[in-house]
Design a protein around this ligand. Structure first.
Ligand code: GDD
Ligand code: MG
Length: 363
């Protein structure tokens, strides 16, 4: 059984962190999002994964050396300067996928605890051309939305409907089972949106079905959502964590601390905090409700709250990084700098004076 992972899109709302890594590689409790997906695919007996990428994401994904969980990983690359959308890459991978059996297609930028085995089983029973995993959410307007009949056939599918015009609260979770007939619907070498061009066609032909997924599902598109998925998974981890801490420091659970991360004296880390690998935290530091990527250094008496800090950042002594701040990789915050809530800083920028209002600081 095969799965194709769509990972060639461009994340905009998670800038500046997404300037330097695709969303599929964002760490979620110290594991790339894609590794969570590989793990789940392996558990559901999927043997081969085709990564639908662009040149940049291919390099980034390969460099990450994610454990393969017994999967064979292949790459199918969009042509240079021509992103194929969500449908084009499926057609492009036709030979790699083959016509032998149904297969999965997954959006690479979501966390979804979907029971793939069940999805494929249901898909086979209805003889649909496509079966979409659907999730119930309060605000469906930034997703694809489906209206479902009693027999789980999809009666309408609208991509990003205007607010209050949504046909239901059931959204496209970005996880599909397809039968090989799907290849007949997608033109070759073209940019195609499965959601806007193919699904409405399948609705007309009564070949589109839904499978309601009730477990954990999260699009990590917005910073709040990214922090939220980390929080949820932290609270699900049962094993007690072992950390190397110095005198008088405290780890307030739930928290995760990566390998070779060192925490100084009297510092308080957590709750709801993920420190990546190879991080150095000084003395008297306070970090809560935040995620900090690998290789960052946080100097004495700094305060970080509800923020996302990229990799290899330097946070100076007594610096204050409050709610909603996002620091790109290699940012340098000098001693005593205080940021206003919601400040975002582009990679490698150096900040030597306090910032009083929420804004994006770029080159
Ligand atoms: N290879 C390749 N080429 N992949 C692409 C391309 C492309 O040109 N464009 C997008 N992708 C990948 C993205 O990386 C992502 O993993 C997936 O396809 C979906 O694209 P997004 O750009 O993230 O779409 P969205 O988030 O606005 O909406 C989609 O996801 C929602 C669930 O999160 C749609 O499928 C919605 O219907 C759905 O509700
Ligand atoms: Mg998306």
């Amino acid at each position: 059984m095969k799965a194709l992972v769509l990972a060639g899109g461009f994340a905009t709302r998670l800038r500046p962190l997404s300037c330097t890594r695709p969303k599929a590689l964002f760490p979620v409790v110290n594991k790339p999002l894609l590794e969570w997906t590989f793990e789940r695919l392996g558990k559901h007996n999927i043997k081969e994964v085709i990564m639908a990428v662009n040149h940049q994401t291919e390099i980034a994904v390969r460099a990450q050396r994610i454990p393969k969980h017994a999967l064979r990983i292949m790459y199918s690359r969009d042509p240079p300067k021509k992103p194929l959308g969500t449908g084009g890459p499926i057609k492009k991978a036709e030979k790699l996928i083959g016509h032998g059996s149904s297969f999965l297609v997954l959006n690479g930028d979501i966390f979804a605890d979907v029971d793939y085995t069940r999805l494929l089983e249901i898909h086979r029973k209805t003889k649909a051309t496509a079966t979409i995993a659907l999730c119930k959410v309060d605000d469906p307007s930034r997703f694809g939305v489906a209206k479902l009949a009693k027999d789980n056939r999809i009666l309408r599918f609208v991509e990003k409907p205007p607010p209050e015009k949504e046909p239901s609260k059931l959204i496209n979770a970005g996880v599909y089972a397809f039968s090989p007939e799907i290849f007949e619907y997608i033109p070759e070498n073209q940019t195609v949106s499965t959601e806007r061009e193919i699904f409405p066609e399948l609705v007309k032909e009564k070949k589109l079905y839904g499978y309601v997924h009730r477990d954990l599902w999260m699009d990590i598109g917005k910073p709040e959502e990214y922090l939220e998925i980390n929080r949820i998974l932290l609270s699900r981890t049962k094993e007690p964590q072992r950390h190397r801490t110095s005198l008088g420091s405290q780890i307030r659970e739930p928290a995760a601390i990566g390998k070779a991360t060192v925490i100084g004296k009297r510092s308080i880390i957590g709750p709801n905090t993920v420190l990546g690998h190879n991080i150095t935290v000084g003395d008297n530091v306070r970090i809560q409700d935040s995620v900090i990527f690998d290789g960052t250094e946080i100097d004495d008496s700094a305060q970080i709250q509800n923020a996302i800090i990229g990799g290899h950042v330097k946070v100076g002594k007594r610096a204050n990084i409050p709610k909603g701040c996002i620091l790109g990789d290699y940012v340098k915050i000098r001693d005593d700098v205080s940021l206003a809530e919601g400040v975002t800083i582009c990679p490698a920028k150096e900040i030597s004076e306090s910032v009083a209002t929420a804004r994006n600081i770029c080159c």
